[in-house]
Design a protein around this ligand. Sequence first.
Ligand code: NAD
Ligand code: MG
Length: 410
Amino acid sequence: MSGVHSRPSHVRSAPLDRWIPEAVGVHEDADGFAVRASDGTGYRVDITDGALDARNALLADVIDHRRVQVFTGPTVHRLYGNRLRDYLGRHLEPGSWQVHEIPTGETAKTFTTVELVCALAKSGGLDRRGVMMAMGGGVTADIVGFAASVFGRGVDHIRLTTTLLSQVDVGVGVKTGVNALGSKNMLGSYHPALGSISDLDLLTTLPVREIRCGMAEIVKMAVILGADLFTALEMQPRLFEGSDAAHPRTAASRNEVTRRAMRLMLDELHTNLRERDLARLVDFGHTFSPVIEMASGHRIAHGESVAIDMALSARIAAVLGQLSNDDADRIVALLTAIGLPVDDFPTCTPRLLTSAMDAARARRGQRLNLVLPTAIGAATFVDDVPPGVLDEALLQMRRRPAGRPLGLVR
Ligand code: NAD
Ligand code: MG
């Protein structure tokens, strides 16, 4: 844990100006982003360090003297519960806040846990002006966000995201949800958070495997929209690993990469916040991966299955002549350098991958909308992958398993 910080940039004494411009777009500032979506929705995403440092008033500003019910999972509670209570105790009125530990993990991301959150909030005296707050990764954020969207027909919620994945992905969007009826994220809602705070310091306790899962979602954004980000990742594939976060240069690079990934994501999301358009570039890596993840019985984590999907999609793109073999190699090489898997023999079978495409069609209004890269930083949609192409792509994947060493590519 990082303790008190000497970096003054995020330490505020004056309340943060939380005004969101009327102009549709993503407005970037020193604290993060103010988003005005094309449907009028406005919200802020803030990046900070030491969010629970007594001198950092950001979280207290967002809570703004309202009653708050905070929910966190066992691991985050064990690591940060005391600091969280100290912070709330210093900044909020006595009796106006409570911290609850709730079960987390994919198996606890259920309607039952949402009901538990609502019950705890009710017994804690949460009223319509009160707020729910999630401190944790995407699972906690999704459960609590969903609970907030239905409690009393909707209360505000705040997210303090603690995993790389939740910072660059869950935290910048407006989706909530739980697993139900045998499907991932089957029930959920669109419910923008009152505030979404990413604290990069909290990542120092995150297991390496979780860091790499977050990196997979960053690579996703880089491949489809951010050639500059891709190059930055190639230079530092293990940027978020290791504990030298306090080193100013590391901290600055981490901040820059996170901010860039968030920016690319927000640019893409804000015109289609409620997913009325089912052809989404950010679905890159998310066509084969849900089936790979489920078929592996969660042996393969979400980010890992996204990596495998991206490697396969790159090979498919190369076989279809949409992407050069060199660029496909570059994508595979980056994923490998990060420490992510790029193939999985038991699940990457033509039969299972074909069933994944059928399932994607069902989710996407009967169109496949498979996102394929056309270069580093550009992508397109494809609606049909003939069986021969899939077989050839799998062959290529196994013939060129590690792409090429990074240094030789450019
Ligand atoms: P997660 O919430 O399960 O967290 C991963 C693990 O890290 C957990 O074991 C957690 O206890 C631990 N952890 C969290 N913060 C930590 C910290 N600072 N130090 C040490 N350990 C810590 O997983 P995730 O990857 O954050 O999120 C995945 C979930 O997010 C999935 O359920 C997915 O469906 C969802 N998701 C939602 C959206 C959305 O738009 N709503 C987008 C992407 C993903
Ligand atoms: Mg994902």
